[in-house]
Write a protein that binds this ligand. Structure first.
Ligand SMILES: [Zn+2]
Length: 121
């Protein structure tokens, strides 16, 4: 697999480029794109709280979602702010359902409806 950044050829299974240290794409085959061993990515965000909210929405619908924070693996990189990505994964067979749920607008509580979040009015 060639590094997308510097073009250096790397061994199969390598996660970072041996030349420039940039992360390499995990997928080895077209079939594996967007798939993580039985899990499908249904959302991608830069905010961990957004991912956690989506996970909660999915779990409340009975879908076993998980959040993968890739910023941890890439933390030593100085330009981490540009590449941090948080992914929301669900089992393959629930991916379609999960995407439909996430496509729906979030029903946020109206002003003053929240129960005890420190708003002292
Ligand atoms: Zn490279």
């Amino acid at each position: 697999m060639n590094c997308a950044d510097c073009g250096r050829e790397n061994e199969q299974g390598a996660t970072t480029c041996k030349d420039c240290g940039k992360p390499l794409p995990v997928a080895e085959s077209p079939d594996a794109a967007g798939s993580y061993g039985g899990w499908d990515q249904v959302a991608e965000t830069r905010q961990i709280y957004e991912a956690e909210l989506m996970k909660l929405r999915l779990q409340s619908s009975g879908i076993d979602a998980q959040v993968v924070d890739q910023t941890f693996e890439q933390a030593p990189m100085p330009e981490v702010a540009n590449i941090n990505v948080v992914r929301v994964l669900v089992p393959n067979d629930r991916a379609e359902e999960a995407r439909r749920i996430l496509a729906q607008p979030v029903d946020l509580p109206a002003d003053g409806e929240s129960d005890g979040n420190g708003d002292n009015q």
